[in-house]
Design a protein around this ligand. Structure first.
Ligand code: PLP
Length: 426
């Protein structure tokens, strides 16, 4: 049965089949993606058979590793619309972002200039924390830009900031919580018209939407393999010809001295293969992903009264569905289904204890909607049956939580204690 047919049907047997499956239904594709088996095959090959060091110039194992890195550079460049020579491989988007922002700031410092940066408060923590560290060290002056309730950038505010004088404009390609897509070409044109560079954290967008980094004038672009069905621990920074950056990691002078260290050939070859596959398959996968996301949204809206969709409907990632259920804390919903459906309250974080989302605060989402926020991420391996089953499980958890929560004041007043809705159902 094709998935477009599958998404039209919802039956209780679907729910029962999936509920008996040992693995949870994975709908957290913004956090990470499963590695495509074709990519995994390439990674294993470069770990076990073609395991040479790309810098070993004395034998063919080095030559084949070096060739794999060059192939990957072409594949990554082709997917993001950049020149292969502009690709620097890193350990992931966090490192790419650090290299871009600290690298440009260091180059400004070497000319005794402080970097003036305009940025969106809905950027990923890797951008915000790096900028904050630069500002704390006196290397950058920060100018936050206005965004609206959908996380959309206020272009008039950006124009004003550019007129007032900025050296670098930071605008992500797609938001990792609410999925909002940004007009990168228009932002780059505006930045350049005022003599500023443009940096984009394109981590969530690469392999999901067409990108033309060089044509659009993006001077620095960060991405990572594990959001596009590649392995974790490998990413890239695209450094266009107009950007001058200082390296963060010194060593053997690898990658034109911009990022020393033995190249992670298996990861890089896998990243390249993942990019090659996205370039071939993105245009057929993403409309299907959007149809599944729409189906999920339709079921949840029909079954959960009062549900609010937070993503900007006209400009969001195909797989993104960000919702709020105002009267049920998200932890109460997740507590009921976390072994059966993998969805998130917000961005994945290192500690596992995610505080209030800075993105939801930045878009001024009312507190009740922040507390009831759920991020659902659909991906290319998601099936219609999974969407049907997960939607039913989420809806059932919400309805069940509502019954429990409405019962709480009565039970607690009976026992003389105060209700704590946040710990209910845990
Ligand atoms: N930027 C965005 C928008 C992200 O979603 C992520 C991953 O969560 C990162 C940066 C960091 O990526 P990495 O895990 O490769 O360091």
């Amino acid at each position: 049965m094709s998935d477009s047919v599958a998404v039209e049907h919802c039956s209780s047997s679907v729910v029962a089949d999936t509920a008996s499956d040992a693995r949870p239904i994975y709908l957290d594709y913004h956090a990470t993606t499963p590695v495509d088996k074709r990519v995994a095959d390439v990674v294993v090959r470069y770990m076990t058979t073609m395991f040479g060091n790309a810098s070993s110039a004395d034998h063919v194992l080095g030559d084949e590793a070096d060739a794999a890195v060059n192939d990957a550079r072409r594949q990554v460049a082709s997917l993001v619309g950049a020149e292969p020579r502009d690709i620097v491989f890193t350990s992931g988007a966090t490192e790419s972002i650090n290299l871009a922002l600290k690298g440009v700031a260091a180059s400004f410092m070497s000319r005794r200039r402080m970097l003036r940066v305009a940025y969106m408060p809905v950027e990923h923590r890797a951008v915000l924390d790096t900028l904050t560290a630069l500002a704390a060290g006196g290397a950058a002056e920060l100018h936050p830009l206005r965004v609206d309730r959908g996380g959309r950038l206020d272009m008039d505010d950006l124009t004003e900031a550019c007129r007032a004088g900025v050296d670098l404009v930071c605008v992500m390609a797609a938001n990792n919580e609410i999925g909002t897509l940004y007009p990168l070409q228009a932002v780059a044109e505006l930045a350049h018209a005022h003599g500023a560079l443009m940096f984009s954290d394109a981590t969530q967008a690469v392999g999901k939407i067409p990108l033309a980094s060089a044509t659009w004038g993006i001077d620095l672009l960060a991405c990572t393999a594990h959001k596009l069905y590649g392995p974790k621990g490998v990413g890239a920074l695209v450094i266009g010809p107009s950007a001058t950056i200082e390296p963060l990691i010194h060593g053997g002078g690898h990658q034109r001295g911009l990022r020393s260290g033995t190249l992670n050939v298996p990861g890089i070859a896998g990243f390249g293969e993942a990019c090659r596959l996205r370039e071939l398959e993105m245009s057929t996968d993403e409309p299907r992903v959007a149809a599944l996301r729409n189906r999920m949204e339709a079921i949840l809206c029909a079954r959960i009264a009062g549900l609010v969709v937070n993503s900007a409907p006209e400009a969001r990632l195909a797989g993104n569905l960000h919702i709020s259920i105002p009267d049920v804390p998200n932890t109460v919903v997740l507590g009921r289904i976390r072994d059966r459906v993998a969805i998130a309250t917000g961005a994945a974080c290192s500690s596992g204890i995610e505080g209030p989302s800075h993105v939801l605060r930045a878009i001024h989402l009312p507190q009740a909607l922040q507390d009831g926020a759920l991020r659902i991420g659909v991906g290319k391996f998601t099936t219609g049956n999974e969407v049907e089953a997960a939607a039913q499980l989420i809806a059932a958890a919400v309805l069940d939580a509502r019954v429990t929560l409405s019962d709480l004041p009565r039970r607690f007043s009976h026992s003389g204690r105060q209700a704590n809705t946040h710990s209910a159902g845990q």
